[in-house]
Design a protein around this ligand. Structure first.
Ligand SMILES: Nc1ncnc2c1ncn2[C@@H]1O[C@H](COP(=O)(O)OP(=O)(O)OP(=O)(O)O)[C@@H](O)[C@H]1O
Length: 257
């Protein structure tokens, strides 16, 4: 386990008598891209919230950057990990550059008050996400694919060693899904650690270093794509029959066969 990493061991969480997590475990270290898979309602977001210290588990342990994540201040948490939650519509006319600058919050920056290091980080993030030409556009005029890139740029601008993204490609077409995943992959290749919730098994197979399979509040398996992208785990987690084909290093999942 790395000091910069995130670790949850056998977390349990109940709310009003309903069990959301049951001995769920999760680890993320710098330099790896972990994809969390599971059907709607499996508890993925709940597990991310426990890992980030945004929800407190009833049992088990969690550490983030070597600390109890629930004890971190918002600034400490933001320096350790950048979080892209679900539902990230930006329906007000804020400029792209200013949204990306929000990633510098952990360094005391506000869009109207950026130190030189903030300005440089924002410029790098805009360039990495191919957003320089859109930097002064209002976010409510962007397409879904452009807006997804803005959120990734905000995460990159934070320069946190870890990124947690809950369905960052939801509602994007295949080209833009790949574009966003390539940006996350590039972040990992530069030494970052990324934990991503996806619902697309082919995309997961293409990009993950490790898969974590979750169902009914439990993490059932964790392993490489080669080890765990199997009909067994697809059926155990999603309750569907699947054929997994492997050719030329690519793994494809055919559902319903
Ligand atoms: N605050 C809460 N109070 C009661 N139930 C909750 C609460 N938060 C989540 N749940 C329930 O816990 C279960 C797991 O929710 P969670 O959002 O963690 O699942 P998920 O795997 O992220 O789902 P999805 O893929 O649909 O986003 C769901 O049945 C949800 O309704």
């Amino acid at each position: 386990m790395s000091e910069a990493g995130l670790n949850v061991i056998e977390a349990s969480l109940s709310i009003k008598g309903a069990s959301l997590l049951s001995q769920a475990s999760l680890a993320l270290n710098p330099g790896e891209l972990v994809i969390l898979l599971g059907p709607n309602g499996a508890g993925k977001t709940s597990l991310l919230r426990v890992a980030l210290g945004l929800a407190r588990a009833d049992g088990g342990t969690a550490t983030l950057a070597g600390r109890d994540p629930g004890a971190l201040t918002p600034t400490e948490r933001a320096r350790a990990v950048t979080y892209l939650p679900q539902m990230r519509d930006l329906a007000w006319p804020i400029r792209v550059r200013d949204v990306v600058a929000l990633g510098r919050f952990a360094y005391g920056a506000a869009p109207a008050r950026l130190a030189e290091a903030d300005t440089i980080a924002v410029a790098h993030a805009l360039a990495a996400c191919d957003l320089l030409a859109l930097a002064n556009r209002a976010t409510d005029t962007l397409s879904g694919g452009e807006l997804a890139r803005v959120h990734i740029a905000r995460a990159l601008a934070s320069q946190a060693p870890l990124m947690v993204a809950d369905e960052p490609v939801a509602s994007l077409d295949p080209r833009h899904q790949h574009q966003v995943m390539r940006l996350i992959r590039a972040f990992v290749d530069r030494g970052g650690g990324a934990l991503v919730v996806l619902h697309d098994l082919d995309l997961a197979a293409l990009f993950a270093d490790r898969l974590v399979w979750m169902s009914e509040g439990r993490t059932l398996a964790s392993g490489s794509v080669a080890e765990t992208m199997t009909p067994h785990w697809v059926e155990a987690v999603y309750g569907i029959q699947a054929t997994v084909t492997r050719s030329d290093g690519a793994i494809r999942v055919l559902v319903g066969r």
